[in-house]
Write a protein that binds this ligand. Structure first.
Ligand code: FES
Length: 254
């Protein structure tokens, strides 16, 4: 983990209020593993917003690091206005990573909203390891779609769903996944998305392991404050930033 001043290479809107930001960093590109995140100080020379914001690394290409985000508050709004050449301060890579292996059967990847971002590099590595992958992506509406072509290339089957039914299946992506569990005969699942989606996924009591990347409010990003604490299944306290963000879905309260 390092504290880095980096220059933004690109920062563009790719869907409704959703941005993809990139910067060059040999260090992060070489040390990053799918699931890792960075903590970004969006305004280096101002006291506001004071706190860093956590962002999962979506993927790296050569020495370029790509981070996707949605504008949800002041910090991300300021970040969305940054231009090529502007400087941000990045702490990372942080957190644990997804388990990459050659699984003895098909893998399911289930993502919702901005939770889809960290799943792209995961699929890339899973495919590189020789796995067959079914991908289930959920969006609010057609105008919120992003990375569809990229996931199409990496997956054996891609299932799109939208809340309003404007494209793909109408409804929750976990509903679609649920209908494919039997024929998919999956060996493992990976997921990231909003909490209600993950709670629904957990309620399925899947007959195989399911690993989820959790999103929580964070401050330090290194296990030093209590900002991101959650409960483990035995009531023990866990930090999403340092014990996670990737957990076995049955080991945590969501
Ligand atoms: Fe401080 Fe996790 S953000 S302990």
């Amino acid at each position: 983990m390092k504290l880095l001043d980096v220059e933004i290479a690109e920062n563009k809107m790719i869907a409704n209020g959703i941005y993809l930001l990139s910067f060059e960093s040999d260090y992060l590109a070489n040390t990053f593993k799918p699931g890792n995140f960075v903590n970004i100080l969006v305004e280096k020379d101002s006291i506001y917003p004071l706190l860093r914001r956590p962002f999962s690394i979506s993927f790296v290409k050569e020495n370029k690091v790509f981070i996707g985000y949605k504008v949800v508050g002041k910090g991300t709004q300021i970040l969305s206005q940054k231009k090529k050449g502007d400087s941000i301060n990045v702490l990372g890579p942080l957190g644990n990573s997804f388990l990459i292996d050659k699984f003895n059967g098909k893998v399911a990847v289930v993502g919702g909203g901005v939770g889809i971002f960290p799943l792209l590099s995961l699929c890339h590595e899973l495919k590189k390891a020789g796995n067959k992958i079914d991908v289930f992506l959920g969006f609010r509406s057609r105008s919120d779609l992003f990375f569809v072509e990229e996931f199409k290339e990496l997956s054996d089957n891609l299932f799109i769903s939208t809340d309003d039914g404007s494209i793909g299946y109408k409804g929750n992506t976990v509903e679609v996944f649920k209908t494919k569990i039997e024929e998919g005969n999956y060996k493992v699942a990976f997921s990231c998305g909003p909490k209600p989606m993950l709670r629904f996924l957990k309620s399925l009591n899947l007959p195989f392991k399911c690993y989820v990347s959790l999103e929580e409010k964070m401050a330090c990003g290194i296990g030093a404050c209590l900002c991101c604490s959650i409960k483990g299944k035995d009531g023990n306290m866990l930090h999403v930033c340092s014990d996670g963000p990737v957990f076995d879905i049955m080991e945590v309260e969501i």
